[in-house]
Design a protein. Structure first.
Length: 417
């Protein structure tokens, strides 16, 4: 934080290490985290005979002239493990970070709006059409930069390898739906994402091909910074789901779900009503995002008509959690009002990426649920069933949807008098 002003740690919870709302050039929280945490970094200095999972990274600094390239590793770790967040559920936080640190970000200076002018991007597209890890050879432009990436938006990744040439020495096996969307240069990007989502293509695959400029009308294809593409995919898929959900019958009961995932406690309440959605986060004092001596809470929501602006307070977690609940509503063919209470305690030690929220919600909705017959009983049960640490009044006072629901109930009773 700036030495001229007192630290505002509330900003840290909103910023989530990635937006630099404090005005500093680098995140002070990450600086402190790196100084206090020992991780074994890869010691490789030569990557001329390497192994490329179908992964890709696009930076955002200097957009549209940015650094981008495939992510490679000399460790023959399956791509289905090293770049698939859904496969990390049974791993520890330390194991995930250590595994991902072996994944190098190759960098080549690219014009994001003219990606195919780069031979490296063209070769990367060959690799990204499938999920199999393939052998590649690279020619370094500069020595490897021992700088690892950790933030609350993207999954961790290892050092930077500036390259000037990429050669794919093994054929990739394309995924048929992905190959079809890639070669359909008249299909809009949003439509392509929706089609691939229906084909059960994993979210992480959609993110990397969207980021690599492989979808959409030919003249509009461009590279999208990885941090933006993650939220874009969550936003596109959940918005398409919501359009369909609004045609479903309302859920006939209150349902309460729970999960606890890497220090993240989720309580999710489904209320019999038309579509609306809310995420409330409570970051405990001492959790890595909140170095203050007080707990900090933030909230974002949308009513039936949806949002007209970005969810600034909860950021990417908002759209990641919204995707999870819309997937569930699509499955049961119902619409409902959704409230998510998320507590983040001190055992969440690493900034692992927004996938933690998406996966935490999905895990909750895959578990058995409790039911209730009023909103008051539902919130009470959410606290006991999910073992929330905060008192009931905290969630009631913080929740705009709870207030809206109560006021709506009073109005309905008035109209019936």
């Amino acid at each position: 934080m700036s030495a001229q002003s007192a630290p505002n740690f509330d900003l840290c919870v909103v910023c989530k290490t990635s937006r630099l709302l404090c005005g500093e050039k680098t995140c002070p929280l990450l600086k402190k985290w790196f100084s206090n945490t020992h991780m074994v970094e890869p010691k490789i200095t030569k990557l001329d005979d390497s192994f490329a999972p179908p992964a890709f990274f696009v930076g955002y600094v200097g957009y549209p002239r940015i650094n981008a390239g495939p992510m490679i590793t000399a460790d023959r770790i399956s791509s289905e493990l090293i770049d698939n967040a859904e496969a990390w559920v049974d791993k520890t936080q330390e194991e995930i970070v250590q595994m991902r640190l072996s994944l190098f970000r190759t960098h080549s200076r690219i014009d994001a709006k003219k990606p195919l002018e780069s031979d490296i991007i063209q070769r990367s597209h060959e690799v990204l059409l499938g999920v199999k890890s393939v052998d590649v050879e690279i020619e370094l432009e500069k020595p490897i930069i021992p700088r690892i990436l950790l933030n609350e938006r993207t999954a961790p990744s290892g050092p930077i390898a500036p390259i000037k040439k990429l050669t794919v020495t093994e054929n990739q096996t394309p995924l048929k739906p992905l190959e079809k969307a890639f070669y359909d240069t008249d299909l809009k990007a949003g439509e392509a994402v929706g089609i691939l989502g229906k084909e059960k293509i994993h979210t992480n695959i959609l993110t990397r091909v969207f980021s690599a400029g492989m979808l959409g009308v030919e003249k509009n294809r461009k590279l999208v910074p990885t941090r933006w593409s993650i939220t874009a995919i969550d936003q596109i898929l959940s918005k398409q789901n919501i359009t369909k959900i609004k045609n479903f019958q309302e859920l006939g009961e209150y349902r309460i779900f729970k999960s606890y995932f890497f220090g993240n406690r989720f309580a999710i309440i489904f209320t019999p009503d038309v579509w609306s959605f809310e995420l409330i986060e409570a970051w405990f004092s001492g959790s890595y995002m909140n170095p203050s001596i007080k707990d900090v809470g933030v909230q974002d929501h949308e009513l039936y008509k949806g949002r007209t602006s970005y969810a600034q307070n909860t950021a990417g977690g908002y759209y990641a959690s919204r995707l999870g609940v819309t997937e569930y509503l699509m499955k049961i063919q119902r619409q409902a009002q959704i409230m998510i209470f998320r507590e983040i305690d001190q055992s969440y030690r690493f900034p692992l990426g927004v996938w933690v929220v998406r996966q935490g919600v999905r895990l909750a909705l895959a578990n058995k649920y409790e039911t209730a017959d009023t909103i008051e009983k539902a919130i009470q049960k959410a606290k006991t069933f999910s073992q929330l640490k905060y008192p009931l009044n905290y969630w009631k006072n913080k929740s705009e949807l709870y207030k809206f629901h109560k006021n709506q109930t009073k109005l309905d009773k008035f109209l019936k008098m």
